[in-house]
Design a protein around this ligand. Structure first.
Ligand code: TXA
Ligand code: MG
Length: 317
């Protein structure tokens, strides 16, 4: 069922059940993060491999301090600055967080999401919630209650409907490396530029530090049901003669008899708008009658970096 009843969602979670919740990034599939039994249900509903760890969500830094060893000093400022918001940080966990949540790692991923309904839900709970994106494993992330319902309708009892996600792309995941510098594990809703201006240096984000192995940073992800290719649209059309095509573009309109659908993410070339619409466009494209999806590569700045990352993982090389 889809609804807006926060106390119903709260009761279900307190009974150890799984509920889909809205956040500013994408919808999450939530359960009591202190309970292995509850968290196990998330993995089975999502058909997610157990080695792929989950982000833990709560509504205050005080609560975070109850289940992590400490928030290292060099992280304090940026977390205060970006929370509530689309940034997730890896912190050394305390015993309350089951190994199942972290894929066996001693670090837990934590974030305070920026969504009014979910913040009041979190306030009502005596535990934080573990929540991956509310899609089946490897499929397109949901940015509306209907997206969640399309994939998980028969597998969960309740979807808390908080409208369309404001950011539309998952959180940026950061950690502190062995030289006390911030590194980016996954690009997302907080841009590299925004991080850089807060930190005073550009965080590394292309290579993963050896100190924290990131389980589950899988290459193939976010996949639509039909093949998606990224690149120069005109060239890709020439390489796909006879195919019915759905085009996803930033702002340009393309005309070709094979194009049966076109989704423009932002007429005004606004990367925030494009990020917000990206997953919705993928859902729409896979539900069209097209044989393949062709998408442009976006400008590699600001949220464009995270958009390109998601497109790359969704695409066929
Ligand atoms: O915006 C978001 O981050 C959304 C909303 C629901 O909060 N959540 C989300 O969760 O994107 P998910 O599970 O789809 O992606 C989380 C990623 C995992 O793929 C994993 O690689 C990484 O976060 N992760 C989680 N816990 C980790 C840990 N302890 N160590 C390293 N990586 C971790
Ligand atoms: Mg996901």
């Amino acid at each position: 069922m889809i609804g807006t009843d926060i106390s119903h969602a709260s009761n279900l979670l307190q009974k150890g059940k799984v509920v889909a919740i809205p956040t500013e990034t994408v919808y999450g599939l939530a359960a009591n993060a202190f309970s292995s039994d509850a968290v196990l249900k998330i993995f089975s509903i999502k058909k997610r491999p157990l080695f792929n760890p989950l982000i833990v969500h709560t509504d205050s830094i005080e609560k975070i301090n109850q289940f992590v060893e400490e928030i290292p000093k060099p992280l304090k400022n940026i977390l205060h600055h970006f929370w509530p918001g689309p940034i997730t940080v890896l912190l050394k966990k305390k015993i309350q967080i089951p190994d199942l949540v972290t894929g066996g790692s001693s670090y837990v991923a934590v974030r305070i999401p920026k969504h009014e309904m979910t913040l009041s839900l979190l306030k009502s709970l005596p535990f934080p919630i573990a929540a991956p994106s509310a899609n089946l494993f490897g499929r397109i992330s949901p940015t509306s209650a209907l997206h969640v319902s399309a994939q998980l309708r028969n597998r969960i009892e309740y979807i808390l409907d908080g409208g369309l996600c404001e950011i539309g792309i998952e959180s940026t995941i950061i950690f502190l490396n062995e030289t006390s510098k911030v590194e980016v594990l996954r690009t997302g809703g907080v841009s590299i530029e925004a991080l850089t201006s807060m930190l005073g240096y550009e965080p590394m984000y292309k290579k993963t530090s050896q100190s924290i192995i990131a389980p589950g940073m899988l290459k193939s992800h976010y996949a639509p049901k039909i093949p998606l290719y990224i690149g120069e649209i005109k060239t890709m059309i020439e390489n796909n003669i006879g195919m019915k095509i759905c085009v996803i573009s930033f702002s340009e309109i393309f005309a070709h008899p094979q194009i049966i659908k076109q989704i423009i993410l932002s007429k005004n070339k606004d990367l925030h708008e494009a990020a917000k619409k990206l997953f919705g466009a993928m859902h729409e494209a896979e539900d069209s009658n097209a044989d393949i999806i062709l998408s442009e590569i976006f400008p590699n700045v600001g949220l464009g970096i995270a958009i390109n990352d998601r497109l790359k993982r969704a695409s066929i090389k």
